[in-house]
Design a protein around this ligand. Structure first.
Ligand SMILES: O=P(O)(O)OC[C@H]1O[C@](O)(CO)[C@@H](O)[C@@H]1O
Length: 329
């Protein structure tokens, strides 16, 4: 059994021993630490029959604390540095309301840990190819979601999920190899664009949103918005004209039809379209019953390759910030 599997299983089991009636789970964090939970939220939205799921940015959780939060709630929070004030405060609020808290961080002994009943120290690296993608923050979110579902309601495809996790690193490495050249081509084609729209659906909408806010806006200072492939036809498609830049994270599974519809329209009206197709890039090596739940993690890992190429082509390192961690905010 892998370390993340064992740890997630033990943590959920310990929480359920003291609180056997857990009925809702909230995923809480800021920016990339929130969007990393999207695959977990999506999985539970799709598969849980009774468990209620919340996905809330930390400061909203603090200022508009859900009435339902209480002893039968589990709050899972993430903060890379473990010191983002609103996430630390969210953990304190959760505990004060009697909820169980799990803190995911790269920095143990940080303030988040003080308000976490259980702490997970995940793996992270500036160059993500050195870290097993099944041991990163977003994967831990999915592991916790899987264990919570299995240990409360049960989940018919539990074994398939565990097997998929085991195979996942290989699938990611192969996909990353496949996109190396395409990432260089993309970087040249998009490096001078003033705006890039990110699109995706189902399991990959979180990855699209993360790419938009954390990479394009934060780390590249390129205007961007994330548009759900299904919502594209309900407003955003009006901006489509010859050359409008889109990147679409094409998922495998039930929501692929939504992506396909958007792709047809963008092509028909001459949009400039970069596709990152989970199917073409190898997600189908995972068991069919669960493979769509890995699309978000897969897309994020593939985007690492595109982002490095883009930042190099633009001579704008991914670490450049104007305000973040530098001024008061
Ligand atoms: O994960 P932490 O340490 O709480 O930091 C959150 C910050 O990091 C990012 O996720 C990425 O830089 C931002 O979106 C967010 O403001």
């Amino acid at each position: 059994m892998s370390h993340p599997h064992q740890q997630s299983r033990q943590i959920i089991s310990a929480i359920l021993q003291s609180r056997p009636a857990i009925e809702r789970v909230y995923f809480v964090g800021c920016g990339g630490s929130l969007t990393g939970f999207y695959p977990a939220k999506y999985f539970l939205d799709c598969e849980a029959k009774k468990l209620a799921v919340g996905y809330i940015t930390s400061n909203e959780f603090v200022h508009a604390t859900p009435q339902a939060l209480g002893e039968n709630s589990l709050v899972i929070l993430a903060s890379q540095q473990g010191n983002t004030p609103e996430t630390v405060e969210a953990a304190r609020v959760a505990r004060a309301k009697g909820a169980a808290t799990v803190g995911l961080t790269f920095a143990p002994a940080s303030p988040l840990c003080e308000h976490s009943d259980e702490v997970i120290e995940y793996r992270w690296a500036r160059y993500p190819e050195t870290v097993n993608p099944a041991q990163q923050k977003a994967a831990y979110g999915l592991w916790l979601a899987l264990e919570l579902l299995q240990q409360t309601e049960g989940y018919a495809h539990y074994e398939a999920m565990v097997n998929a996790f085991e195979q996942f690193e290989e699938v990611v490495r192969e996909g990353q190899r496949k996109v190396q050249e395409d990432a260089q081509r993309f970087a040249q084609a998009y490096k001078d664009d003033k705006v890039i729209y990110m699109m995706g659906s189902g399991p990959s909408f979180g990855a699209a949103h993360q790419q938009s806010i954390c990479i394009l806006l934060e780390m590249q200072w390129i205007n961007s918005a994330s548009v759900h492939s299904g919502e594209y036809f309900h407003g955003p498609f009006e901006i489509t004209e010859e050359g409008t830049p889109f990147v679409l994270l094409q998922s495998e599974g039930r929501t692929r039809a939504l992506d396909d519809r958007a792709i047809r329209f963008i092509r028909q009206y001459g949009g400039k379209l970069q596709l990152i197709d989970a199917r073409e890039l190898g997600i189908n090596a995972l068991p069919e019953t669960v493979r769509d739940y890995f699309c978000g993690l897969f897309h994020t890992a593939l985007l690492d390759v595109y982002n490095l190429a883009l930042s190099q082509a633009r001579h704008h390192p991914l670490t450049t910030r104007r305000y973040m961690w530098k001024v008061e905010y």
